[in-house]
Write a protein that binds this ligand. Structure first.
Ligand code: BG6
Length: 490
């Protein structure tokens, strides 16, 4: 069993309390942490939103949300009632005056609590909410503000948000969430690289041929078309989640695990990304949009039908990215992410160079390269693909086999959702797994270059049928270099 260390008592105010993120992710995550005894009984979770409902109604909705998003076998007798008792609600206008006196009165009942303000609202409210928090005297040493993505849609808008929040909160009290950093396997990547000697020694251009990062989803835009169509796969997934995975894979060893030490190293990677220019954008990037098709045997509509009109927004992007540093010179990073793919799958594949010479006969496939596959979902774990001898007396034939660690099977425990870890880190004041301002801005500066290069050559995204791995040009992108996207060993 994992050791659970209770956090300090807190009052967490969730702005956007009736929204999708709160319902699907935040309330279930807080419930799990409460049930495991990590949240002290003197803590409160105060929902805040413009919806005019009584606290009792909010509690009922929260109860329904937990029953819907937490499997029944995970809910222990009495735990849900006990958790619901800690919930409260304030109707509030984040940008106006209404509701602030009530929130202030509630918070002032317990001035010594740690106070996370979780902004799960539209980003244009981040500045106004923060100004209101300041003008009502609600920011103290124990306050922290948590910002959900998207932090802007380009560098300029990200800076405007960061400036507005930075006017009232010092950087050390700002927690910018990228929930991929809260996934267990992502943290395991740090353990793998920096707590073992065997891999780090091989982590160089001399030994690694290339790296692939795939984040594939089966879902479409799920009622978020309004947001998604203004965003697209580059802004929604690649600029943040995939670049963060790239950073953790490519960064040098940090001095220690302190927030700034880790973030300094990630920032160097972001700054070393080779800009993508209008001249090479067609060679190194592919944009796609799903058409009608079938996912897991079920027919699904095209993006344009879901949107009720044509669109030039990409629901898939693949790219070849270079990190310009001594360690990574000449090692391409192939990134791809898309909606309506055949399966939900997130993985990082580190492919080592093939052995320089084979002593085995040609037909024995003796030169298949080794691959380290770090699987984020489903079935978090790691696999090392190695060549082994086919068993039996029939001569020396080789075949690739997995050295396999499935975390759930090995540790025999539920794997917590990323938000559970991240929410507790906010209360603890540990910002290691959150993005610093300069990181977010460096990621946007690079992504802006890609967006600009695309807009200079305005081509419609390539169509791909739902339930496939994207447009054929995404396969060509990697095959032009004599490589292929990773396929699971059977
Ligand atoms: C979010 C994106 O950040 O991540 C969504 O906005 C996406 O479009 C989601 O579906 C994927 O998260 P996960 O944890 O399900 O891989």
């Amino acid at each position: 069993m994992a050791t659970i260390i209770p956090v300090a008592s807190f009052d967490c105010v969730v702005f956007g309390a009736t929204g999708d993120l709160t319902t699907r992710k935040l309330l279930p995550a807080l419930f799990y942490r409460f049930q495991d005894g990590q949240i002290p009984g003197t803590s409160r979770i105060i929902g805040a939103s413009r919806t005019d409902i009584a606290a009792e109604t909010f509690r009922e909705r929260a109860r329904d949300a937990i029953k819907r998003f937490v499997p029944p076998q995970d809910i222990r007798e009495g735990a849900l009632d006990a958790f619901i008792d800690h919930l409260d609600y304030v109707m509030i206008d984040g940008a106006g005056e209404e509701g602030w006196a009530e929130l202030t009165a509630k918070l002032n009942e317990r001035p010594d609590q740690v106070r996370p303000y979780y902004l799960a609202t539209s980003p244009d409210l981040y500045g106004p909410i923060c100004r209101n928090l300041a003008s009502h005297g609600l920011i103290g040493e124990k306050s922290r503000v948590v910002l959900e993505k998207p932090i802007g849609k380009d560098l300029k808008s990200a800076r405007a948000i960061n400036d507005a929040v930075g006017e009232v909160f010092p950087e050390t009290q700002i927690y910018r969430i990228d929930h991929y950093l809260g996934k267990e396997t992502v943290q395991n990547l740090l353990a793998l690289r920096f707590a073992n000697t065997i891999f780090e020694r091989l982590w160089t251009a001399d030994v690694i041929d290339h790296v692939q990062i795939t984040v594939a989803e089966t879902v479409g835009v799920e009622g978020r078309a309004g947001y998604y169509d203004r965003s697209g796969a580059l802004r929604d997934m690649l600029q943040n989640h995939l670049l963060q995975l790239l950073c953790l894979t490519a960064m040098e060893s940090p001095l220690n695990l302190d927030a700034n030490a880790v973030r300094d190293e990630k920032l160097k990677v972001l700054r070393a990304l080779k800009p993508i220019t209008p001249n090479d954008v067609q060679q190194v990037t592919v944009r796609g949009q799903y058409g009608a098709g079938a996912v897991a045997g079920k027919p699904v509509e095209s993006y344009a039908t879901e949107l009720e009109g044509p669109s030039r927004t990409e629901t898939f992007v693949a790219m070849k990215v270079e990190v310009q540093s001594w360690r990574w010179a000449g090692v391409p990073f192939y990134l791809r992410t898309g909606k309506r793919m055949p399966q939900k799958l997130s993985e990082i594949v580190v492919q080592f160079r093939a052995s320089p010479f084979s002593i085995f006969p040609e037909e024995s496939f003796g030169r298949e390269p080794n691959r380290l596959v770090i699987r984020l979902q489903p079935q978090e774990g790691m696999k090392l693909e190695v060549m082994t001898k086919d068993p039996g007396p029939g001569g020396m034939r080789l075949r690739p086999t997995n050295l396999d660690i499935s975390f759930e099977e090995t540790f025999k425990q539920r794997y917590p959702d990323a938000y559970e870890r991240l929410l507790m880190d906010v209360v603890r004041g540990n910002a290691t797994l959150f993005m610093r301002r300069d990181e977010v801005e460096a990621a946007w500066a690079w992504a802006d270059g890609v967006l600009k290069a695309w807009s200079d050559r305005p081509e419609a995204p390539r169509p791909y049928p739902a339930g496939t791995w994207g447009p054929t040009s995404a396969i060509a992108l990697i095959e032009r270099d004599g490589r292929t996207w990773h396929e699971e060993l059977r």
